[in-house]
Ligand binder design. Structure first.
Ligand SMILES: [Fe+2]
Length: 185
């Protein structure tokens, strides 16, 4: 069976270093917002962060349109980190995109940083945008991947997914795609 959760796209070109050495709007000292779980949302000791998103400059966006895909719904940098704790993106469905094309600059941990995919008991595998998880205690882990830095990967954001555990700034270039777009499955 094909993997319907994620796929490396190694035919796509690496992002030229000139775009990565001076990312102007990225303030790496900034701490992303931490949300503590309540009991309904699963393990109360897990510290959950939201991504901060930053726009890319025009020349970087134009390079991505020319060399990667010209019709993405968004082109940006995602950043997450806490100086105080290891943090996670708890399992969720994305609000704005069916698929994410991701290029990690720093995955946020050398060893144990996993993007994991889940199914909620009694629910379908894929969900419409923005679907809320009813009960985090009823998730079954289906697959996990350590996304290598500087390799393009497409992730199925309609399947419940999350990231743990981030111990230093996690920085990635992310493009949003919708079902039927190039690369989607
Ligand atoms: Fe997501």
């Amino acid at each position: 069976m094909d993997n319907i959760f994620w796929k490396y796209l190694d035919d796509l070109p690496a992002i030229p270093e000139e775009f990565l050495t001076n990312i102007p709007s990225l303030d790496i000292e900034k701490e992303t917002q931490i949300v503590f779980h309540d009991l309904e949302r699963g393990d109360p000791t897990v510290k959950n962060v939201k991504y901060s998103r930053y726009d890319l400059n025009n020349s970087f966006t134009n390079w991505l349109k020319e060399h990667i895909v010209d019709h993405a719904s968004s082109y940006g940098i995602a950043y997450s980190y806490s100086a105080k704790y290891p943090v996670s993106h708890s399992p969720h469905i994305d609000y704005t995109r069916d698929y994410t094309l991701i290029y990690n600059l720093d995955p946020g941990n050398d060893n144990d940083v996993y993007t994991s995919f889940y199914q909620e008991e009694g629910s379908p595998l894929e969900h419409p945008l923005g679907t809320k998880i009813k009960n985090h205690n009823k998730l079954t882990l289906l697959d996990s991947v350590k996304i290598d830095p500087k390799r393009w990967l497409i992730l199925n954001a309609k399947v419940i997914h999350g990231v743990s555990e981030i111990i230093r700034p996690r920085v990635s270039i992310q493009l949003g795609l919708h079902k039927g777009d190039k690369f989607t499955f």
